[in-house]
Design a protein around this ligand. Structure first.
Ligand code: FRU
Length: 484
């Protein structure tokens, strides 16, 4: 019984599991960092994911460590994710893990920062070289503003660079250097993408150098850090999202270049790859300069988008918990239904088994008994008839001296043995004793109803002598025939 119910519950869970809309694809997301820009990208991914319930994300953050990121990618490979999204910390160092995933047959989308080589499925990211060029263009403008007549020979630019091995740092630097006006002096310090690093690097620089004419930082966070160390210097950053836009509005930094994250596009491309649909292999996103003239409306817009994304996220979390509850209720309902069906089947089985048992009992025990009883009844009917015929045959020949066992047998068409057995059955005595008993009863009647003497009665009923008759009479009735 317990076994059946346990099996039913297991079956119910299986059923409930099968009918729920479980995500079909597991996607590993390997993020190099966890700053405002990455968080925006994550939100965008989650928003797009609402349109793709068939996919589920598993996100791991490497916190700027190449080793950790490689280990995390390897764990995704071991888990056999259906697709991998990587934003590599440093191109060369993370490349081996990305290649391993790609060679293991896992489609790989490289987002934002590139890896070297071409063993990846798709790339979506900003135009970092163009970002560098925008920086150079802005430097040229600042240079022109600074010198009424274009003269750049003593114009100094301090570049606060991102992590050196990352493609954005390399390409932004290259774009800047390629397009700078001739004669401009460029000094570089390392901020590695972090605000605090940038502040310290710029402070250290200022201890040995004159204040630069402008500062270009590879991202807004480092631009803000640089501003904390070198207030008053025109500073350009990169990213153009909330922290940078706010810094521009507050006059802490001068401008920024937009650098889109487009997490939504990354997820849409993942869906196309997984569904075998056509997709763009290499998507390079546009960049543009943001200065004080447009920073405020952009900030408001970005805040509104963030609020919407947060609301969506909340809504998603609530919906998920409702779905979980619904799935739980459904499972419970199915369990109950199956337990009820199991109980019903058990009860039905019990009743049927009992019926079969009863039928067998009736067949094996009660029917034979009934047959016995019927036979007994038939026998007793037959005995009754025989008793009547016996009595009649004997009574009709009470005064016949030839009435013997053989004669009686021939009258009743029975052999001697049969006669003996059947007479014994119906009367409890042998044929001779029965004949004698009938004669004694008739004799008694005659003695009571006629004037016949004992002698006459004995003769009439074929007793060999009056004495013998008297003896038999006394034995049967307990008194002498003369004492009637
Ligand atoms: C965020 C970030 C951005 C920068 C980008 C380059 O992690 O540092 O600020 O523009 O990465 O990959």
């Amino acid at each position: 019984m317990r076994n059946i119910i346990v099996r039913c519950i297991f079956f119910a869970l299986l059923l409930a599991g099968c009918t729920g809309s479980q995500p079909q694809y597991k996607i590993g997301v390997s993020q190099c960092l966890d700053d405002a820009w990455r968080q925006k990208m994550n939100y965008e991914m989650e928003r797009e994911l609402l349109l793709h319930p068939e996919m589920a994300l598993s996100r791991r953050i490497a916190y700027g460590s190449n080793e950790l990121q490689c280990a995390q990618i390897d764990s995704f490979i071991a888990e056999r994710v259906d697709l991998l999204i990587v934003s590599p910390n440093e191109a060369e160092q993370v490349k081996p893990a990305v290649t391993r995933a790609y060679r293991a047959g896992i489609p790989v989308i490289v987002a934002d920062r590139r890896v070297t080589g071409d063993e990846w499925t798709a790339f979506i990211g900003g135009d970092n070289y163009k970002v560098g060029q925008l920086m150079a263009e802005w430097v040229r403008e600042q240079c022109t503003k600074h010198n009424s007549q274009f003269k750049s020979s003593n114009f100094t630019v301090l570049e606060v660079a991102g992590l050196p091995g990352s493609t954005p740092a390399t390409l932004r630097h290259k774009g800047l250097m390629d397009d700078l006006p001739e004669g401009v002096v460029v000094h570089s310090v390392m901020g590695r993408w972090y605000k605090e690093n940038a502040r310290e690097a710029v402070s250290a620089y200022l201890r040995d150098h004159a204040i630069p004419d402008v500062i270009v930082a590879h991202n807004d966070l480092m631009a803000i850090g640089a501003a904390e160390a070198a207030g008053g210097v025109p500073i350009m950053g990169v990213d153009g999202i909330q922290p940078g836009l706010r810094a521009i509005v507050e006059g802490k930094i001068t401008c920024s270049a937009t650098y889109s994250s487009r997490g939504d596009m990354v997820i849409a491309t993942a869906a196309q790859i997984l569904h075998g649909e056509p997709f763009v292999r290499d998507t390079v996103l546009e960049t543009t300069l943001v200065d004080a003239s447009i920073a405020y409306p952009m900030l408001r817009q970005d805040e509104a988008i963030t609020r919407d994304l947060e609301t969506l996220h909340l809504f998603q979390t609530q919906t998920e918990s409702k779905w979980r509850q619904l799935r739980y209720d459904k499972t419970l309902l199915i369990i109950w239904l199956i337990v009820l069906i199991a109980l019903f089947l058990l009860a039905a089985g019990y009743i049927i088994a009992n019926q079969v048992k009863l039928q067998q009992e009736i067949k094996q025990e009660i029917l034979p008994q009934l047959e016995d009883v019927q036979e007994a009844i038939q026998l007793s009917h037959r005995d009754e008839a025989f008793a009547g015929r016996l009595k009649q045959a004997v009574d009709e020949h009470l005064n016949d001296p030839n009435l013997s066992v053989e004669y009686l047998g021939s009258m009743l068409q029975l052999s001697r043995t049969q006669l003996f057995r059947r007479v014994k059955t119906v009367t409890g005595k042998g044929p001779l004793d029965y004949i004698r008993e009938r004669r004694l009863i008739r004799a008694d009647q005659l003695l009571h109803t006629t004037d016949m003497t004992v002698q006459q009665v004995a003769l009439e009923l074929c007793f060999s002598s009056a004495g013998y008759f008297t003896k038999c009479y006394k034995e049967y009735f307990g008194h002498l025939p003369s004492e009637r």
